[in-house]
Each structure stands twice: as structure tokens, then as C-alpha cells.
Design a protein around this ligand. Structure first.
Ligand code: NAD
Length: 323
């Protein structure tokens, strides 16, 4: 049992659901997973076993995961329910009504929606104090962050228990105090993407250059140096001076870029159509996907070494981060 939770229900056994189930099972909890697609349920344990094997972790965790063909069966004894089904408001509202009707009164109810306001998903519930968002990042077993989003009705106790539960599982939970579109992570990410697209749209540089700049400059530091830390590191006075010059010049359009809309209209949908902003051969796509996993595993191993105090890093250089 962790923080009063011994049984978890995960709703949806897709990309996110199976990975979230894996994290809870890895923490020793019993996990029931509901999905209406028989193929998703049939593949569930093998998918988790494959991930665990690849990570060099104990595959026995997969045995703590039980596929369920009925929603009510999955949530009946659950202390914590997390929904990772389709990104559709009607589907999520209907699911939570059914979950509330079948789960124990004390269970916490969470949605892993990417962008739908938690308020809209949960507003029809009888007990909205126990409902919140937990926004995981893909893949859930390699990316540490879980944003815990409260609505105006969510009780502080439900937030505190959810934070403690995810922390005990080795995740990095953060409390998002207001239910705003994009929560925190996607607001930051898409502020950067808006400017990235604008630079290409306005022919200030080409698409390859945008990615080269990010990956070979501040992107290198982002894993250890957040933007607010960086502003304090260089000084708020320098940050202010930079903003006085730059902010008026960067993109502030409150809508998607027409350049992006044109790509979509022309069927240039990115890797799935072979071309988006850039052209992608199948080999280039595979190489990029492989590099992402290698990098995420390296970061995870570094975190583990740091936590144990065995990272062997005796380099205390004071290199500036003022770029
Ligand atoms: N993919 C990501 O990177 C990511 C990241 C964070 C959040 N999310 C969110 O997580 C949720 C799941 O995304 P995903 O990428 O795992 O999608 P997915 O398509 O891989 O999986 C969705 C699963 O939901 C199942 N499903 C369909 N109808 C259902 C129902 N009524 N009840 C229960 N299950 C149902 C499907 O059979 C499928 O297995 C979405 O809300 C998505 O926006 C996705």
C-alpha cells in the first residue's frame, strides 16, 4: 500500500494507459485495466513485459496487472482511478459518470487528458472534490513529470494524496493550481513551438536550423537548468534588458500559424505522410525515435545515479549560462 492506495484502475490500455499501469504495478500496486478493445487487453501484459525487459527491470510487475473487459469490474475495489482513453470530451464525461457509479466512495478520480479542461470533464460528477487531472508524459515509465491539476472543487486532501502517491512511485509530481488550457508543460512547450514555426514562416531560417539551434544551445542545458533558474543565474536585470529588446519582436499571434494550416491542408502531416516542415525517410524516422529512447534512458540512469549520490561528477566548473 502506498499513501492509502493498494488498488489502482487504469481506463484505456493504449500508448499511455499501458505505460501508466506499468508504473503503478512497478510500485507494487495491484492494477486493473479496462479497455473496450479486446486486442488492447490481450496485448497488455506482453507489452508491459517487453518494456520491463528493455529497461532491465523485474518482469514480475506485469503479473500485478489484470486486464478487465468490464469497466465496473476494473474500478470496483479501486482506491485510485486514472483515465487514459480517447481524447474526447463526451467519451471522458460518460466514462467518469460510469466510474463514479461503480467505484468506492473514497476513490480519487483522475483524467490523463492532454488538453481538455479537467473542469469540463468532471463538472457532472456527484462528488467533484475527489476529481482532478494527472497529466503524464510519453513514455510514462521514462519521463518523470506528472502534472496534478485541481479544479475549483478539488479538495486539498485529494491533491495532497495524489502528489504523495506519485512521488512514492518515483515520479516528479507538480501541482497546477488552476485548470488552465495546456496546464504548465504544454503552455511552455507550445510557446516555443509558436516561435519556432514563426521563424520558418518568416524565412528567418529554415526548419533544420531551428532544430539545430535548440539542440545545440539551450536545449543542452534544459535537463538541469529551467528557465526561471536560468533567469536568476544571469540576473533579473539582464533578463529585463533582453526582454525590453526582444519581446516586441517575437511571435505573439493568438491563433495557429497560417503556415501550419497550409501544411495540414496540403497533406504534409509530418512523419506519418513522409513530410511536414521537413522530409522524413523511414530510416530517418526510425533513427530519431531510437535516439529519443536512448536519451530518455540516459537521463533516467543519471537521475538514479544522482539520487544514490554515485554520479562520480567532480566537475564543479562555473561555466556561465547567459546565452
Ligand atoms: N500520447 C501522448 O503522448 C499523451 C500524453 C499525455 C496525455 N495523453 C492523453 O492520454 C489519453 C490516451 O492517449 P493514448 O496516446 O494512450 O491513446 P491511444 O489511442 O494509444 O489509446 C487509447 C485507448 O483508449 C481505448 N478506448 C477507446 N474508447 C474507450 C472507452 N470508452 N473506455 C476506455 N478505453 C477506451 C482505446 O481502445 C485505446 O486502447 C488521451 O486523452 C491523450 O490525449 C496522451
Amino acid at each position: 500500500m502506498i499513501e492509502g492506495v493498494s488498488r489502482v484502475a487504469v481506463i484505456g490500455a493504449g500508448l499511455m494507459g499501458h505505460g501508466i499501469a506499468q508504473v503503478f504495478a512497478g510500485g507494487g500496486l495491484a492494477v486493473s485495466v479496462y479497455d473496450p478493445a479486446p486486442a488492447a487487453l490481450a496485448a497488455l501484459r506482453d507489452r508491459i513485459r517487453g518494456n520491463l525487459r528493455d529497461l532491465g527491470e523485474d518482469e514480475a510487475a506485469a503479473d500485478r496487472v489484470t486486464p478487465c473487459a468490464e469497466l465496473a469490474e476494473a474500478v470496483r475495489d479501486a482506491d485510485f482511478v486514472v483515465e487514459a482513453a480517447l481524447e474526447s470530451l463526451p467519451v471522458k464525461r460518460e466514462l467518469f459518470a460510469a466510474i463514479e457509479a461503480a467505484c468506492p466512495p473514497g476513490a480519487i478520480l483522475a483524467s490523463n487528458t492532454s488538453v481538455i479542461p479537467i473542469t469540463r470533464i468532471m463538472e457532472g460528477l456527484g462528488d467533484r472534490a475527489r476529481a482532478l487531472g494527472t497529466h503524464w508524459w510519453n513514455p510514462p515509465f521514462l519521463v518523470p513529470l506528472v502534472e496534478v491539476i485541481g479544479t475549483e472543487w478539488t479538495s486539498p486532501e485529494a491533491v495532497a494524496r495524489t502528489m504523495a502517491l506519485h512521488r512514492a512511485l518515483g515520479k516528479v509530481p507538480v501541482h497546477v493550481k488552476r485548470d488552465v488550457p495546456g496546464f504548465v508543460g504544454n503552455r511552455l512547450q507550445h510557446a516555443l513551438w509558436r516561435e519556432a514555426i514563426s521563424l520558418v514562416e518568416n524565412d528567418i531560417c529554415d526548419a533544420e536550423t531551428v532544430d539545430l539551434v535548440v539542440k545545440n544551445s539551450f536545449g543542452r542545458r534544459l535537463g538541469v537548468l529551467g528557465p526561471i533558474e536560468n533567469a536568476d543565474l544571469v540576473g533579473t536585470d539582464l533578463t529585463l534588458a533582453i526582454h525590453q529588446t526582444v519581446l516586441g519582436a517575437i511571435e505573439s499571434r493568438p491563433a495557429p500559424s497560417p503556415y501550419l494550416e497550409r501544411l495540414v491542408a496540403e497533406g504534409r502531416l509530418g512523419m506519418k505522410s513522409g513530410e511536414g516542415f521537413r522530409r522524413w525517410t523511414p530510416e530517418q524516422q526510425a533513427a530519431l525515435r531510437r535516439d529519443i529512447v536512448i536519451e530518455l534512458k540516459r537521463a533516467r540512469n543519471n537521475d538514479a545515479r544522482r539520487a544514490k549520490g554515485t554520479d562520480g561528477n567532480d566537475d564543479h566548473g562555473d561555466g556561465p549560462a547567459d546565452g
